[in-house]
Design a protein around this ligand. Structure first.
Ligand code: A3P
Ligand code: EST
Length: 289
């Protein structure tokens, strides 16, 4: 893979350069009724929710969830890098029920997901922690352009000029549509606060009924510490020239409020200004600590 390819724009959305090659197949993707789609803006808890749902559909059977790395068990719809099966290819070949990861905004979700009424789980996270997490992810994963300094990246974030576009439209548009469609909209901060409560919401939503001991096991398998040590969940099997965990591990901190040790007072004020304007037309709110 070419190291640090530039971002490209598809249907008005900035996307990772190599992913642009498969965009037509993404838009034409054939969803199925039994599909469970995990939609997020990057760095909002995608891997965490993927692990929870994969465990759940396998009734907490760890021998099944350790069958492969998280990106194999839960294919990433938009994924496309040369000489590797794309997300759409991997998913076409998969038996139902499929668990699918995707970072698309509402208006670019392939229409077949709406037609088939696939189950959609959305996870949102406060933007200051997303910003910090995304900055470190850009640094460690060479599929991204060079993020520059934190100050430069903050500017790009505010302008929506990073992979998958503006954070605010993403969270707001999915929030709006959740009232018309049956979408489970969850928050990273709620998952941290009371994981079992959120795990039970997921269970009901996907139509499962699991006993308490299985739910307990799912919670234990999906703590930050356990996932950080689990090679099938922590992306450690990816070659170092693609993801360098010594620059910043994929499972980095897993907390709420880490932004406080990254943003200066001036950067925080600038961000608050941006947030106020960007979120002035929604009743969606976030917890920052
Ligand atoms: P940090 O970089 O703030 O630590 P995604 O999977 O959407 O890319 O999100 C990655 C973020 O979720 C990272 O945040 C990662 O540490 C955090 N994360 C992953 N699994 C987690 C878990 N089980 N508990 C808490 N945070 C988790
Ligand atoms: C891109 C965005 C994102 O939010 C998460 C991930 C995780 C898996 C990553 C992928 C990505 C970018 C492309 C890769 C992939 C693992 C191997 C691949 O080359 C780095």
């Amino acid at each position: 893979m070419v190291s640090r390819p530039p971002i490209k724009v598809v249907s008005g959305m900035p996307i990772l350069g190599p992913f642009a090659e498969n965009w037509e197949n993404v838009q034409r993707f054939q969803a199925r009724e039994e599909d469970i789609v995990i939609v997020t803006y990057p760095k909002s808890g995608t891997t965490w929710m993927s692990e929870i749902v994969d465990l759940m559909i396998h009734n907490g059977d760890v021998t099944k969830t350790q069958r492969g790395a998280i990106f194999e068990r839960v294919p990433f719809l938009e994924y496309a890098v040369r000489d590797m099966p794309s997300g759409t290819e991997a998913l076409d070949a998969r038996e139902s029920p499929r668990v699918i990861k995707c970072h698309l905004p509402v208006h670019l979700l392939p229409s077949s997901f709406w037609e088939k009424k696939s189950k959609i789980i959305y996870v949102a996270r406060n933007p200051k922690d997303v910003l910090v997490s995304y900055y470190h992810f850009y640094r460690m994963a060479t599929v991204h352009p060079d993020p520059g300094t934190f100050d430069e990246f903050l500017q790009l974030f505010i302008e929506g000029k990073i992979a998958f576009g503006p954070w605010s439209d993403h969270v707001k548009d999915w929030w709006k549509i959740r009232q018309q469609r049956d979408i489970l909209y969850l928050f990273f901060e709620d998952m941290l606060e009371e994981p079992m409560r959120e795990i039970k919401k997921v269970m009901k939503f996907i139509g499962k009924d699991l006993p308490e001991d299985v739910l307990e096991k799912i919670q234990q398998r999906t703590t930050f510490k356990t996932m950080k040590e689990n090679h099938m969940a922590n992306y450690s099997t990816i070659p170092t020239h693609v993801m360098d965990h010594s620059i910043s591990p994929f499972m980095r901190k897993g907390i709420c409020g880490d932004w406080k040790s990254h943003l200066t007072v001036a950067q925080n004020e600038l961000f608050d200004e941006y947030y106020k304007t960007a979120m002035s037309d929604t009743d969606l709110t976030f917890r920052f600590d």
